[in-house]
Write a protein that binds this ligand. Structure first.
Ligand code: PEP
Ligand code: MG
Length: 333
């Protein structure tokens, strides 16, 4: 079926305001080949590269060269001017936990040694990846991002390890880019609550709503029996997102600082007015969703959606917010 919104691909992603506000749209990818889908659908770059998918169907860890080859392919597809945010390994829990013995048999894998925790536990695993990222960064607009950060110390440990890796590369005379922008995902409630502190440590945030919703409401994102609780419009989630955006805006008043949303929430047209109203100016979504998202953005007025966000934040339940957003979207489209 031809793409309904194909005509939108080359139109700018801007609001309807008299002074149009531009909203940067980026793509989420799991495999290197998908970088081209982002360009085809009109994304300005890759906002989330889920690198752990390199571990799909692998019984042993991919080598540094395998990481490098996959990242190079993305960077070459995007060219020098489109950014790619390479997220470090988010293994464990729902993703390829079989590749690491340390996580076998965990009783609570989502609260266990997953993601950046596993990387800080198995430092060779982490270093292999960081070396590849620093090397490939010479060839494009590469940024590095740590997932599932839950404390300030954890983020500092990741940054310290990144510096160790730079020293190793330097000592070995291997070319790399040393000033790669560093970001953190905000996908654990503790990180959202401490966003003002975390902001001082990094160059950008990316809000991962999939995990943020799961951890805020203590509802497994993959368990159908608690799916009624798992709701991105829960006012508790909205308050956390607002806190993160406010912390980012405070940082922006002092220096360049970006805040993005990369969970499934940003790929859902229903939530776009709310996210823009909350102050977000960058959304990253699965490439297939980019044209629909752009279509919604082109119908928005910032002053109006600020009011939408304020009203939503004043509501008491997720279902109230959802039905309000459904009515609003129907009205503007
Ligand atoms: C998220 O949690 O929202 C996110 C983008 O990460 P993932 O879905 O890969 O856990
Ligand atoms: Mg996540």
């Amino acid at each position: 079926r031809p793409d309904r919104y194909e005509s939108l691909r080359d139109k700018p992603s801007v609001t309807r305001d008299d002074a149009p506000v531009s909203i940067r749209l980026l793509g989420n990818i799991e495999l290197a080949q998908e970088a081209s889908h982002c360009i085809e659908r009109g994304a300005e770059g890759v906002g989330l590269y889920r690198t752990e998918f390199l571990y799909l169907n692998k019984s042993s860890h991919p080598t540094e060269e395998e990481h490098f080859a996959a990242y190079s392919s993305v960077v070459n597809t995007l060219g020098p001017n489109r950014p790619v945010v390479i997220r470090t390994l988010d293994l464990g829990a729902d993703k390829f936990s079989s590749v690491s013995g340390a996580v076998a048999g965990e009783k609570n894998p989502f609260l266990g040694l997953r993601s950046v925790r596993l990387c800080l536990y198995d430092r060779d695993l982490f270093k292999t990846q960081l070396r590849a990222i620093l090397r490939v960064a010479l060839h494009g607009d590469v940024r590095v991002m740590f997932p599932m950060i839950s404390t300030v110390d954890e983020l500092r440990q990741c940054k310290a390890l990144l510096n160790d890796v730079k020293e190793d590369l330097e000592d070995a005379g291997i070319p790399f880019k040393s000033d790669v922008p560093v970001g953190t995902m905000i996908e654990v409630p503790s990180a959202a609550l401490l966003a003002d502190v975390l902001a001082r440590e990094v160059d950008f945030f990316s809000i991962g709503t999939n995990d943020l919703v799961q951890y805020t409401l203590a509802a497994d994102r993959n368990n159908e029996h608690v799916a009624n609780l798992y709701n991105p419009t829960d006012p508790a989630v909205l308050r956390l997102i607002r806190m993160v955006v406010q912390a980012a805006q405070k940082e922006q008043s002092k220096r360049p600082f970006e805040v993005n949303v990369c969970g499934e929430m940003s790929g859902e047209p229903l939530y776009v007015p709310l996210l823009v109203g909350l102050g977000l100016r960058q959304l990253s979504a699965t490439p297939r969703k980019i044209p629909e998202i752009k279509r919604v953005i082109r119908e928005l007025r910032v002053a109006e959606v600020k009011d939408v966000a304020d009203r939503a934040l004043g509501m008491e339940t997720a279902s109230q917010v959802s039905s309000y957003l459904r009515d609003y979207l129907r009205k503007i489209l």
